[in-house]
Design a protein around this ligand. Structure first.
Ligand code: GSH
Length: 229
């Protein structure tokens, strides 16, 4: 976590206690961790069970997902909402002037509602093993248009790195890893710049370490249970 601690904040990122190997490094709590690392805000990470999603979890995330963010007596779900909340706390993450804030908000929502709304279903169809993915062309059209935007600028909004970039870059990671940005050099360059940021590297390393530690705890719990039987 960040060395820069800011007194007075009582921020907790909630994630799962464990996930299988596949999603590690990609669980969406990384979006909140990344923003908090960028801002140098102190935070804790706490967990809900992955395998047994009980009423306490559902009361705070009605879809039984993660992440959710706790800030004192405020608890909110949806990674985008959490990022906007953090953006309002730290000028590092979102400018204070209304024009800058509007730009950041529109690009952050577009990452979710114009790009992730096709990349996630595209990925699900791919995982199901369909020989032809009917969402491929639609996704590519979105990438083509975003490519034109990013040919002319380093970051999406307000002429600097913001929470809009955290969200857009994270959304682009899976298609990039699956080779879908091959014909989009500006998007690849943008993603490279974003993922090279030390705050992202720390957030990813912390998430990987969190789930690795969870493996050790699970093995220990299993051993104890076997000994009892
Ligand atoms: N729109 C939600 C999506 C959250 C989401 O998909 N979380 C995944 C982890 S990255 C999850 O909890 N998956 C388990 C499930 O959907 O049951 C957000 O951005 O917070």
């Amino acid at each position: 976590m960040s060395d820069q601690r800011i007194a007075g904040d009582d921020l907790t990122v909630w994630t799962y206690d464990w996930v299988p190997e596949g999603p590690r490094g990609r669980v969406r709590d990384i979006r909140l961790r990344w923003a908090l690392e960028e801002a140098g805000l102190d935070y804790a990470v706490r967990t809900v069970p992955f395998e047994d999603r009980g009423p306490e979890h559902l009361a705070r995330q009605p879809f039984g997902q993660v992440p959710f963010l706790e800030d004192g007596d405020i608890v909110m779900f949806e990674s985008g909402a959490g990022l906007l909340h953090l953006g309002r706390k730290s000028e590092t993450l979102m400018p204070r002037d209304p024009r800058g804030e509007a730009e950041v908000t529109q690009w952050l929502v577009s990452a979710l509602n114009s790009v992730e709304m096709v990349t996630v279903p595209w990925w699900f169809v791919k995982v199901l093993g369909a020989p032809e993915n009917p969402l491929h062309d639609w996704m590519m059209r979105r990438f083509d248009m975003l490519e034109r935007v990013l040919e002319g600028r380093e970051w999406l909004a307000a002429s600097r790195f913001t929470i809009a970039d955290i969200l857009m870059a994270d959304v682009l990671r899976i298609p990039n890893d699956l080779g879908k940005l091959e014909n989009h050099p500006a998007l690849r360059g943008y993603l490279r710049r974003a993922l090279a940021r030390p705050a992202f590297e720390r957030a990813r390393a912390d998430q990987l370490a969190h789930f690795e530690a969870a493996d050790a705890t699970r093995s220990e719990d299993r051993r104890t249970a076997e000994e009892k039987d």
